[in-house]
Design a protein around this ligand. Structure first.
Ligand code: UD1
Ligand code: CA
Length: 453
């Protein structure tokens, strides 16, 4: 199949008015990736090259940007009037005039389509089918086009509105995605007329046209969730749930332990090695990678972070973009790390903010230590060497360098460079006044008594 050339057309011109949204429907996200991005990813993952053409409508520039992040060769065509699915495909006429062995038409709002289904459809083309329709069996077929079969061949697709009582009883439905032989695609789609109750050019009509020419048209049965279309935000959330369930299953089968899988949320690109343990209630934003042996404790929020081998994160940790934990590092409860390298074996265990910083290997950051990286206008860097000890509740005013083996006394405000192995004290000296506590108590007691008179 890899030798067969392929053109995939993604229809993404949908208005999606039921989303009640200021942006195009296909830009709404699942697992941090726009719907159309999920479709493009599945399409490009089918093995064997495919050219990609995307038919866009409203929000065209943003849709192009989203697809551009996944494919730098995708071409875009605008459908200015919404006259039906066949009309939408013909917006990409230029691409269709090229000679491709296979032409796939997929919808930009069916984010759960899997590579296996797309591959199965192309496989049927390779075996000699001229059109392959992706059928499915929904619990409730209302609203879907019905697949009319005769002797194992598909003879027509009838839209709900145009169907007879008898036809509406059919439960095998059109998922909307279609594979066509490149030899016939353009001719068939161009021949579609808008003679139906909606006055639209239906892509589905190519089936009866092809059947009339004795071409070989078949339907394959794909899993329901593959063809789930998103029309409103409730369906968006349902698709998110299905996607998360799929990802959790994949992650667990690849050797990751999830104690309460239903409470862990992944991003589209989360990468986790085997033998990682994730406790309940953890959220992953985009761009997170975790190496083997790490433990992510409960209630942590992680995005844009690399978490090294045998590290420990949380509970209640927040890792923001640019966080890198080397092996055996620890970031504990109520700590926030941003754009910072935490060295091997280093510990940031309690109530800290470490931002725009480097922390050397085996350094200990005490409770409540804060890097003061921002003056309201500019950000500055803090560099801390290895084997250092920064005492609790110290404020490190960046830009700042703290050498290897340094000891920073608790409660310090450190503004100047600390050389290797120095002890830095940045706080007022303690003064003890003998017996003064008793005198103070008497004084305060007298004030209170005079008020109560
Ligand atoms: C379509 C199928 C129906 C199938 C169902 C599955 C047709 C005629 N009908 O119906 O058999 O059961 O999908 O969900 O194909 N689009 C454009 N431009 C247009 C019209 C549509 O880009 O002018 C895009 C939409 O954005 C959407 C897709 O094509 O992504 C499908 O269009 P939609 O109107 O939702 O078709 P359905 O009525 O759901
Ligand atoms: Ca639809």
């Amino acid at each position: 199949m890899a030798s067969r050339s392929c053109l995939t057309i993604i229809l993404a011109a949908g208005e999606g008015t039921r989303m009640k949204s200021s942006m195009s429907k296909v830009l709404h996200e699942i697992a941090g990736l726009p719907l159309v991005g999920h479709v493009a990813k599945a399409v490009l993952g089918t093995g064997g090259e495919t050219d990609l053409a995307v038919v866009v409508g409203r929000g065209a520039a943003d849709v192009q940007k989203a697809v551009g992040k996944i494919s730098d060769t995708a071409r875009f065509y605008e459908q200015t009037e919404r006259l039906g699915t066949a009309h939408a495909v013909l917006a990409a006429r230029e691409a269709l005039t090229e000679t491709h062995d296979d032409v796939l038409v997929v919808f930009g709002d069916t984010p759960l389509i899997e590579e296996t289904s797309l591959r199965a459809a192309r496989h049927k083309l390779a075996e000699g089918a001229d059109i392959v329709v992706m059928g499915f069996r929904p619990e409730n077929p209302t609203g879907y086009g019905r697949l009319i079969e005769q002797g194992g061949k598909l003879v027509a697709i009838v839209e709900e509105k145009d169907a007879t009582e008898e036809q509406r009883k059919i439960t095998f439905c059109n998922g909307g995605l279609m594979a066509l032989s490149g030899k016939h695609a353009l001719k068939l789609i161009s021949a579609v007329k808008n003679d139906n109750s909606k006055g639209e050019y239906y892509l589905t009509d190519v089936v009866k046209l092809a059947h009339a020419q004795s071409l070989n048209v078949i339907a394959i049965d794909v899993p329901v969730e593959n063809v789930i279309g998103i029309n409103n935000r409730a369906e968006l959330a349902e698709a998110e749930a299905l996607w998360q369930a799929r990802k959790r299953r994949d992650v667990m089968f690849s050797g990751v332990t999830l104690i309460a899988p239903e409470t862990v949320f992944f991003a589209h690109d989360t990468l986790i090695e085997a033998d990682v343990l994730i406790e309940p209630n953890v959220f992953f934003g985009p761009k997170v990678t975790i190496e083997s042996g790490a433990v992510i404790h409960a209630f942590s929020h992680i995005e844009g972070a690399h978490i090294g081998a045998n590290t420990s994160v949380g509970p209640f940790a927040r890792l923001r973009p640019g966080s890198k934990l080397a092996e055996k590092a620890k970031v504990g409860n109520f700590c926030e790390v941003k754009n910072a390298d935490i060295g091997a074996g280093a510990k940031v265990n309690h109530l800290s903010y470490i931002g725009d910083a480097t922390v050397g290997a085996d350094t200990n950051i005490g409770a409540g230590v804060i890097t003061c990286n921002y003056d309201g206008y500019n950000k500055f860097k803090t560099t801390i060497g290895s084997n250092a000890f920064v005492g609790s509740n110290s404020a490190l005013i960046a830009p700042l360098t703290i050498g290897n083996g340094v000891y920073v006394a608790s409660g310090s405000v450190i503004t100047d460079e600390v050389p290797e192995n120095a002890l830095a004290l940045g706080r007022a000296r303690q003064v003890n006044k003998e017996g003064r506590a008793e005198i103070l108590r008497e004084k305060y007691k007298a004030i209170k008594a005079s008020k109560n008179k």
